[in-house]
Design a protein around this ligand. Structure first.
Ligand code: ADP
Ligand code: MG
Length: 599
């Protein structure tokens, strides 16, 4: 065959193959367009794993009627003007290829109305050729329907996976964008059934409850944005935030580490390794965490134009990104605050010269069984510039707001349960040390704080009893009268029952199944010598103690891990509420080394 230039429709199909690999790629490109158009609600419908139909409806800006034909033409975009713009891409799309590519390999219908125009337009494209155009009444926004994907590309059709696989990929795409854009409401329906919905509240946590399920989400820890440049103004401003799992929630591989850069989902084995390595020995060997992390960096630091599907990015300073991710996760899982306090959103300085760029920076191997690296974060970082950068301060780079609510403060680092000793103590491992936890006093502390928190919020949950009577002497009756309010507000309803008897009608629900008469006796004895303002704490301490796991009780691993997790977040994790006795013994790595005669 002599050399010849391929006809345009062949070129278009080849190009389309790069952008549109499978139905989920269509969903991805169309969702990105809806986001770029400022949509607040995006509905994705798919039938037959997206092969029969994919429809994306948005309430974004719409396309002016006069530009609809252009929108489905290759290399037509409203998002990029010149090559220099490639260095500063703030939209998800920019290549101007998606609509043309999708329309080239499907039966494609777009109905759109610009917010600024009164009438909309419907354009139908069949295999890349415009088949029909009409004016249409439509709400502002865009609806794109893609039917019979790849009907004219039999080779591609043959390689599509089972419907269930394609369905899963579509669901994954929608969940990813819902995570990256928690302020946008996403709805996914497949084969007529609603599969996923986010509420658009702006809180990543709300999306994750939907995407991961409440049980798993409960085990996630919030990663707060912290900027290395607070300490190291010579580094680019990189922020990392999101959620990463407590060590009890782990998976066999890294597929559950979900990463976004500037609102774009990416796959990056190096950064996934940064997440795994941040756990050190906190995870059981070979296991990987579940994480959803947002990374923000100035667009100029990132090249997204690596692949037509835009799932890979290149960083101009990959080691700084690696360190930022590792450090953010590490800080979260160990509960150790960085040395310098961080004010998120503080002004960043303009990037200074990068004198460290020619210094070899240790980079972890990229294989799955890479050895754990050490956590001297400062050692991981390139050395500081000798002089402070001279540029004037620039406004901070802003990202879609990380939907943050104040997290509970932890008072212990993240601990991994190793086992139980003598049905009494829980052995746990900290970042580099050993914790022996008394299961009874620790559980008492947890239940005490829980009950007091419910009390403060006026929401003590109660359990109704059928007729427990107690006999009280004079001092006991006085104590009950004097502290009646505290007792009532903690869920104890007592009423006189003739003579010296009292009837206990309700108790806080954590006491369900306990010997109520005995608990009441102990509480009332303590109340006799309690000052008014101490009454609530006195009662809660006894109640917690009564309900806590007893010594001698064998606990399974999840129960121990749950207990330890809750203890980590107690305001005062280290002492028992009633007598201040220790809940745990902490043996540092140094202590251990000394015990073994090592220095
Ligand atoms: P790109 O997104 O790379 O610019 P596309 O082919 O995906 O290229 O889209 C072409 C153009 O069509 C976009 O630049 C945008 O102006 C317009 N467009 C596409 N989808 C939408 C939408 N849902 N709402 C508004 N405008 C859209
Ligand atoms: Mg696009």
């Amino acid at each position: 065959m002599p050399i010849h230039i391929l006809p345009e429709h062949v070129v278009a199909k080849i190009a389309a193959g790069e952008v549109v690999e499978r139905p989920a790629s269509v969903a991805k490109e169309l969702v990105e367009n809806a986001l770029d158009a400022g949509a607040r609600t995006i509905t994705v419908e798919a039938d037959g794993g997206g092969r029969r139909l994919i429809r994306i409806s948005d309430d974004g800006s719409g396309i002016p009627a006069g530009e609809v034909e252009l929108a489905v033409t290759r290399h037509a975009t409203s998002k990029l003007q010149a090559v220099e713009d490639l260095m500063n891409i703030a939209t998800l799309g920019f290549r101007g290829e998606a609509l043309a590519s999708i329309a080239a390999v499907s039966r494609f219908t777009i109905t759109t109305r610009s917010r600024d125009e009164s009438a909309g337009v419907t354009l139908r494209v069949e295999g890349g050729t415009i088949a029909n155009r009409s004016m249409a009444g439509a709400p502002a926004g865009t609806v794109i329907t893609v039917e019979n994907l790849f009907y004219n590309v039999p080779a591609r059709l043959k390689f599509l996976k089972a419907e269930a696989t394609e369905r899963r990929h579509i669901a994954e795409i929608v969940a990813w964008y819902a995570m990256a854009y928690p302020a946008v409401r996403f709805i996914l329906r497949q084969d007529g059934r609603e599969q996923f919905r986010s509420n658009g509240s702006g809180e990543l946590g709300d999306v994750l409850v939907e995407a991961l399920g409440l049980d798993d989400f409960r085990q996630m820890l919030k990663v707060e944005p912290a900027d290395l440049r607070q300490r190291r103004p010579d580094l680019p401003p990189i922020q990392v935030w999101g959620f990463t799992s407590g060590p009890a929630l782990n998976r066999a591989n890294r597929n559950h580490i979900t990463l976004f850069v500037n609102g774009r989902h990416i796959k990056d084995t190096g950064l996934a390794h940064a997440v795994v390595s941040a756990y050190g020995s906190l995870l059981p060997g070979g296991r990987c965490p579940v994480a959803v992390l947002m990374i923000s960096a100035p667009p100029a630091e990132i090249d997204v134009n690596v692949h037509p599907a835009k799932t890979e990015v290149r960083f101009s300073q990959p080691d700084a990104v690696f360190a930022a991710v590792q450090r953010a996760v590490r800080t979260t899982v160990t509960g150790q605050e960085p040395a310098v306090s961080i004010a998120p959103g503080a002004n960043f300085l303009a990037p200074g010269p990068a004198p460290w760029q020619d210094r070899p920076v240790s980079r972890p191997p990229r294989s799955a069984d890479a050895p754990q690296i050490d956590f001297g974060f400062d050692a991981d970082l390139p050395p500081a510039a000798t002089a402070a950068p001279s540029q004037p301060p620039k406004p901070p780079f802003t990202m879609p707001a990380p939907g943050l609510t104040p997290a509970r403060r932890r008072s212990l680092p993240m601990l991994r349960v190793v086992g139980q000793v003598g049905a009494t103590y829980i052995v746990a491992e900290g970042p580099s040390d050993l914790y022996l936890i008394d299961q009874h006093t620790a559980h008492t502390r947890i239940l005490f704080e829980k009950l007091l928190a419910q009390h403060t919020a006026g929401k003590v949950k109660t359990e109704a009893l059928d007729g427990v009577t107690i006999e009280l002497d004079r001092r006991g009756r006085e104590a009950v009268e004097r502290h009646a309010e505290a007792l009532a507000s903690l869920g104890f309803a007592l009423e006189p029952f003739g003579g010296s008897a009292y009837l206990v009608r309700t108790v806080p629900d954590l006491l369900a199944g306990q010997d109520i008469a005995e608990v009441m006796r102990l509480i009332i004895v303590d109340l006799q010598s309690a000052a008014g303002e101490d009454a609530a704490r006195t009662i809660a301490a006894r109640a917690g103690e009564a309900a806590a796991y007893k010594h001698g009780r064998t606990l399974d691993h999840p129960a121990m891990q749950a207990l330890v997790r809750e203890l980590e977040y107690c305001a005062d994790a280290k002492t028992a509420p009633r007598d201040g006795s220790p809940t745990l013994v902490h043996i540092t790595a140094e202590d251990l080394a000394k015990q073994f005669g090592r220095k």
